[in-house]
Design a protein around this ligand. Structure first.
Ligand SMILES: [Fe+2]
Length: 308
């Protein structure tokens, strides 16, 4: 059992490596509809889709994919609890230097690694508010929603998240993916973990939740006008009841817009369901993903030598 003191506010931010920062900067602003955020960090672009300092960070260089995931802890006590837990497991703890934390708009942060994935997780408290209120653009993005990763050892990654880091399983598609929430955040999933056919960790997709069904409909025509490939959807996911559209960024990283999601109470939550592995478990409407979906997305490996 994971310590009950490990409590999350939400998925904080996702950092991606991109091959052409200027092309990606334009894409995430003009096509995805995120709001650019000024930053002094080199070779970096930041965006927000909320009132917080940032929700997405892009860094030039490395293989296109996931640089790290930032988890926003509920309190100082929750940050200390997750730090103690990881240290107790013998995992590296890399404090984020004060100057970098300031540039990220967070008060205190450290990084560690998910052993079976190799992915870098950052845990932080108190992300600053953005300068000025959040005004949605052409798409009424409600929030950064979730990410899905493929693990070379899905069972081990799932066990680590549930039993060591106090995530909760919301639903599973048999043998394929586990949807989990960062307890006690109510959203059905902030993280999904699938298997990996090639023995390496991958980023499968990054999700942005939108406010209206029209945001999904309008996106279909907008991404087509920009000659952006749609790789799945529109459709409706049975596990989370959301209407979805998946499309590719300039590096062919998969992004998702979704509308609607089941929420869980902190106390009295339902048991996770086990859905059979068939297409109807991922789309009520009978669609199927194209081969390009989730096919690009390296996971930057945690730098052990710089850890404490
Ligand atoms: Fe998703």
């Amino acid at each position: 059992m994971a310590p009950a003191a490990i409590r999350y506010k939400q998925l904080g931010y996702v950092a991606l490596n991109v091959s052409d920062l200027e092309a990606s900067r334009r894409f995430y602003r003009d096509v995805v509809g995120l709001t650019p955020v000024e930053t002094d960090l080199p070779d970096t672009a930041m965006f927000r889709c909320s009132g917080a300092h940032h929700d997405l960070m892009l860094t030039q260089g490395g293989a296109p994919g996931l640089k790290r995931v930032g988890w926003w802890m509920e309190s100082d006590a929750a940050l200390a609890a997750v730090r103690d837990q990881l240290r107790g497991l013998g995992l590296p703890i890399l404090p984020v230097p004060a100057g970098e934390a300031a540039a990220l708009g967070v008060r205190e942060a450290f990084r560690s690694v998910v052993p079976s994935l190799g992915a870098t997780f950052e845990f932080f408290v108190d992300m600053a508010d953005a300068e000025g209120p959040y005004a949605p653009t052409h798409t009424k993005i409600e929030r950064l929603g979730h990410l899905v990763m493929n693990s070379p050892d899905r069972a081990a990654s799932e066990r680590f998240m549930l039993e060591e880091l106090n995530f909760r399983a919301s639903d599973r598609i048999e043998g394929a993916v586990t949807f989990m929430r960062c307890f006690p955040n109510p959203l059905h999933h902030s993280l999904g973990l699938g298997g990996s056919p090639d023995g390496k960790g991958h980023l499968h997709h990054v999700n942005f939740m939108v406010t209206e069904i029209d945001d999904i409909g309008k996106a279909i025509y907008r991404v087509k006008a920009h000659e952006v490939p749609i790789v799945f959807g529109p459709g409706r996911h049975p596990p989370s009841e959301s209407v979805f559209l998946y499309f590719l960024d300039p590096d062919r990283l998969t992004l998702e817009y979704s509308y609607g999601m089941e929420e869980f109470p902190e106390v009295g939550d339902r048991e996770p369901r086990l859905l059979p592995m068939k297409l109807e478990s991922i789309d009520y409407w009978g669609g199927a993903p194209s081969p390009g979906m989730g096919s690009t997305g390296a996971v930057e490996q945690f730098e052990l030598e710089t850890a404490e």
